[in-house]
Design a protein around this ligand. Structure first.
Ligand code: 6AU
Length: 273
């Protein structure tokens, strides 16, 4: 079995990274491990759905570059919602360039992602310099964290086992910034009672996309879905990332509640409570 049987409370108490601690604390206080992937293209629709589902999520995942009417005011409104409903913001930017370029993409441009986003993610195709570059942007900002894409959900993706192992090594060398992975399984060794604050047995958070309650197996572009119970109890994920099954649902609040109860019960089963 490759999963972390410690509770989110225990992990919050000993995690060295403030963003990871906040996330675990939010999960515990709201009893949810659901991340809404709000892949809509109108800022009004994003804000409206976020306000509706805010009470049920620990994390909101955005793709800011798909918004058709982006305006800096959108960021203030989203940040207000994050405080109102107590969730963190994760911009799914999937940086993938050399260090000196990602510095400008993360800190600058029209989105200024690092200024308002608690968590972002990157591929490590370019090697460890991408992590160094991103980290350098955060030096004078409030705590910021990174997730490394170690596995992908899509059919035929090129992230081999060897690639995943290297991604984990890069994360272990950067525990002051990297708090976990986008992955389909717990890709770092099982922590359980051997979990340490940082270093080679660091407590990495696994966030899994390609998750859906039964009924959705994939899409016509290679997306593949796992059900929440398997993702948490068998594959060892910590956070369920759900997009279309929520934002295209005619009753997203009821659907979100189903994810919250399924996800939380699976977590309680995993930690034997
Ligand atoms: O639930 P869906 O299929 O509507 O949306 C899944 C979301 C999308 C993808 O861009 C993202 O998750 N995603 C990621 C992330 C989060 O990095 C990696 C991956 O392997 N698969 C995937 O779907 O916003």
């Amino acid at each position: 079995m490759n999963f972390n049987s410690s509770s989110y409370e225990e992990r919050a108490a000993k995690h060295p990274h403030p963003v990871a601690r906040s996330l675990f604390e939010i999960m515990v206080s709201k009893k949810t491990n659901l991340c809404l992937s709000v892949d809509l293209t109108s800022s009004q629709e994003i804000l409206a759905l976020t306000d509706k589902l805010g009470p049920y999520i620990c994390l909101l995942k955005t793709h800011v570059d798909i918004i058709e009417d982006f305006d800096p005011d959108f960021i203030s409104k989203l940040s207000e919602l994050s405080l109102k409903h107590n969730f963190l913001i994760f911009e799914d930017r999937k940086f993938a360039d050399i260090g000196s370029t990602v510095i400008k993409q993360y800190g600058g441009g029209i989105y200024k992602i690092a200024e308002w986003v608690h968590i972002t993610n990157c591929h490590v195709l370019p090697g460890p310099g991408i992590v160094d570059g991103l980290k350098s942007v955060t030096r004078d900002l409030p705590p910021r964290a990174l997730l490394i894409l170690a596995e992908m959900s899509s059919k035929g993706n090129l992230l081999t086992d060897e690639y995943t192992k290297t991604a984990v090594e890069i994360a272990k060398n950067n525990t002051d910034f990297v708090i976990g992975f986008i992955a389909q399984h717990r890709v770092s060794e099982p922590s359980n009672d051997k979990t340490t604050a940082s270093g080679s047995n660091a407590d990495f958070i696994i966030m899994t996309p390609g998750v859906s309650l039964p009924g959705r197996d994939g899409d016509s572009f290679g997306q593949q879905y796992t059900n929440p119970e398997t993702a948490i109890c068998v594959n060892g994920t910590d956070v369920l990332i759900v997009g279309r099954d929520l934002f295209t649902n005619p009753d997203p609040v009821s659907r979100a509640k189903e994810y919250v109860s399924t996800g939380w019960n699976a977590y309680l089963k995993r930690i034997n409570k």
